[in-house]
Design a protein around this ligand. Structure first.
Ligand SMILES: NC(=O)c1ccc[n+]([C@@H]2O[C@H](COP(=O)([O-])OP(=O)(O)OC[C@H]3O[C@@H](n4cnc5c(N)ncnc54)[C@H](OP(=O)(O)O)[C@@H]3O)[C@@H](O)[C@H]2O)c1
Length: 193
């Protein structure tokens, strides 16, 4: 049966992934959430992980920049989902190396946004594109290892909570600065999906 380990369960997106895993936990042999000791030293985060443990998660602690430490945990899971925030994106190479060595069959990198396959030259996605390349090479060298990119577009609940300085959408004053074609279609999603 499928086991899944989530990294970043306290995050904007990871918290929703954790909720979804709890809702569907009957489909998995094990659901785990991996974090570091320094995150558990944060009282708020500790509270979140304690609540996740009560809902059925195995809380795993590792040094998340240390391959050997990660391998010990990854060995127990066949799927690893990374939902780390932007500063953690480059460090996912260590997750990938550890996943390959631990025998993880599928890795889901921290994507959860635009179709970065179509945006390979956008500087803002350079970190994610590098990780895709790293994954591609790892999968080519290790046939038992595969990966999936979640491309869901913008989470609209998150989008509208951002201050106007970010995307020029002012929900208080009901104004937005639209660049380009007002009728252009875009793909979006919502957290519960
Ligand atoms: N499509 C959209 O609208 C949308 C919106 C927001 C984000 N995203 C994407 O979703 C992914 C996750 O973003 P997020 O905003 O949910 O992340 P976040 O809230 O900033 O962080 C997620 C969690 O990652 C863990 N983490 C582990 N190592 C980290 C590191 N070195 N740096 C930062 N966090 C680290 C932390 O969990 P612990 O401390 O508990 O271990 C942290 O709570 C990103 O790829 C982002 O681009 C998409």
């Amino acid at each position: 049966m499928t086991s899944v380990l989530l990294i970043g369960a306290t995050g904007n997106i990871g918290s929703h992934l954790a909720d979804a895993l709890v809702r569907h936990k009957g489909q998995f042999s094990t659901i785990g959430a991996l974090t570091s000791q320094s995150s558990l030293d944060d009282a708020e985060k500790k509270k979140t992980y304690d609540a996740l443990a009560e809902k059925g998660f195995n809380i795993e602690v590792a040094q998340i920049d240390n391959k050997e430490s990660l391998i010990e945990v990854f060995k127990k899971y066949n799927n690893v989902v990374s939902a780390v925030g932007a500063p953690g994106i480059p460090g996912q190479t260590v997750f990938i190396d550890a996943a390959v060595e631990a025998g993880v069959s599928r890795f889901y990198p921290s994507e959860f946004g635009s179709d970065t396959n179509q945006l390979q030259n956008e500087p803002v996605y350079a970190g994610k594109v590098k990780i895709q390349q790293y994954l591609k090479e790892a999968a080519q060298k290790n046939p038992q290892f595969s990966y999936t990119l979640f491309v869901n577009g913008a989470f609209m609940e998150w989008f509208f909570t951002l201050p106007p300085s970010v995307y020029d959408i002012d929900t208080k004053n009901h104004t937005a600065n639209v660049i380009g074609d007002l009728n252009a279609k875009i793909s979006t999603t919502s957290f519960h999906e």
